[in-house]
Design a protein around this ligand. Structure first.
Ligand SMILES: Nc1ncnc2c1ncn2[C@@H]1O[C@H](COP(=O)(O)OS(=O)(=O)O)[C@@H](OP(=O)(O)O)[C@H]1O
Length: 453
């Protein structure tokens, strides 16, 4: 571990002569942006992203909008999102990231005006294979297929698929559905609809990440939000064991794209736009940031797992219940991790244990833990609260770097060495008491409606 203290890796890139980073240096000194809406799409590495955002929110004492208990850990998906599905103890939020079917107007009612919208897509072939395997016992369209054969489904999808049936959104154009669109557009209309839907998605989302280029996407995210390297460290979550995966025979990716034509168009468009943004940032600099990220990540993981890389375990093998990922059925093995009991060998203290635990905590458990801690904070702030939920703190869109708490120190120790001190400009928080009534009860007045093409 490196004990040289904090440094700015953007400064390092600057010294290496990355032209695009040179012009961005001033923006990297900006306070961190803290109002973020991440649309958690299905089977796209979104749980890994959600965990990263949960940890960022906790480190910075932000509020994460969580579902009311009746919705479980998702905003009553596949219902279209409505701000009333948000638990009152998690208002007003800085961050939202739980599964939902997107609804722009309701999100704007919930989130501060300067919220940055981000989502993630995955290549349709591997995504559909993952959906087919994961939801095989849930989704009737998949259950009907003899021998659970992906090939059989794709040979005659209309034989098995019913557009209006429960859980049909897992069987066709899932990304389009999650983004609030119409997954069953008639073939004659697909091109025009896809064009308009892509344009609308582009208007709302400042960044559309791509799962295949997860680390490169994180580099863009880090720049967009003026975050540090330590803010985008992660461990891969919600992976299937290799035995639960099915390799696609030649011809299948083509059939999957044809069946999920809207998703395929979304993916192609945003994959191209991701690479345009990476090119604009400078490929050498992106590669360097990715290397630094992976190096820091390895140190973090080794620190948590007693100097080793973690062993992947199926849920049944994980001793700590808090760390067991949810299994969709006995036929699919989802990978998780168990912490060694002596993780503190490298970093002493309970903070290190907490950091490591949260890093690998599955979605359902982390959502529960977060709801509990936010409810506690809410009750402590308002022991004699009025019937309407009140804000616990002014809504912040940016964060002074010095406000980040304890666990940050451990993060600092794992960063690769580099020159230059980090600057910590003061943020411009929105002054308390300047919000409208709607903001004070946690919801914002409706903004312009999303124009669904
Ligand atoms: N960092 C990173 N990069 C690339 N891919 C990753 C990453 N993290 C998770 N994964 C893969 O994402 C799949 C799980 O996606 P989600 O977490 O979105 O699933 S869920 O809808 O919330 O259940 C799941 O894919 P499959 O294993 O193919 O099912 C994970 O392996």
């Amino acid at each position: 571990l490196h004990h040289g203290g904090h440094f700015s890796w953007t400064m390092e890139a600057f010294h290496l002569g990355c032209p695009s980073l040179r012009t961005q240096l001033s923006s990297s000194l900006k306070p961190k942006h803290t109002n973020v809406a991440f649309l958690k799409t299905h089977k796209t590495a979104s749980t890994t992203m959600q965990n990263l955002l949960f940890r960022f929110a906790e480190r910075n004492n932000l509020t994460v909008a969580l579902p009311v208990q009746a919705c479980g850990h998702q905003f009553c998906y596949p219902r279209t999102f409505n701000a009333h599905l948000v638990h009152p103890h998690t208002l007003p939020p800085n961050v939202v990231t739980s599964h939902m079917r997107f609804n722009r107007a309701e999100m704007q009612r919930l989130m501060p005006n300067d919220t940055i919208y981000v989502t993630i897509l995955r290549e349709p072939g591997s995504m559909f294979e993952s959906l087919f395997s994961y939801y095989n016992q849930y989704c009737q369209s998949f259950k009907r297929v003899p021998n659970g054969s992906l090939e059989a489904f794709l040979d005659e999808p209309w034989r098995y698929y019913r557009p209006d049936e429960k859980d049909s959104m897992y069987a066709r154009n899932t990304l389009t559905f999650d983004l609030g669109g119409d997954k069953d557009r008639p073939a004659a209309d697909v091109t025009a609809y896809a064009r308009a839907f892509v344009a609308e998605t582009e208007r709302v989302f400042s960044l559309v990440m791509i799962a295949e280029y997860f680390d490169e996407s994180l580099v863009l995210l880090r720049h967009l939000l003026s975050w540090d390297l330590e803010d985008v460290l992660y461990v891969k979550l919600n992976m299937r064991m290799s035995g639960s995966k099915h390799s696609l025979s030649p011809g299948l990716p083509f059939k999957i794209r044809a069946w999920n034509a809207l998703d395929a168009r979304l993916y192609d468009h945003f994959n191209a736009s991701l690479w345009r943004q990476l090119t604009a940032l400078g490929p050498a600099c992106v590669a360097r940031e990715v290397r630094l990220l992976r190096r820091a990540q390895e140190r973090l993981v080794r620190g948590c797992f007693g100097g080793r890389l973690p062993q992947l375990r199926s849920a049944a093998q994980i001793k700590n219940k808090e760390l067991r990922p949810w299994q969709p059925s006995a036929k699919v093995d989802i990978v998780g991790y168990d912490l060694p009991t002596n993780t503190n060998a490298t970093w002493p203290g309970s903070l290190a244990h907490e950091l490591c635990l949260k890093l690998i905590m599955p979605e359902v458990q982390y959502t529960r833990v977060l709801l509990r801690s936010q409810s506690l904070r809410y009750r402590r702030s308002y022991p004699l609260r009025s019937p309407q939920p009140q804000p616990q703190q002014p809504v912040r869109s940016v964060l002074p770097r010095h406000q980040q708490v304890g666990i940050q120190q451990i993060h600092r120790e794992i960063l690769p060495p580099g020159p230059g001190p980090a600057s910590s400009p003061t943020a411009t928080s929105r002054p308390a008491g300047t919000q409208s009534r709607a903001t004070r009860v946690g919801l914002r007045p409706s903004g312009p409606q999303m124009q669904t093409p």
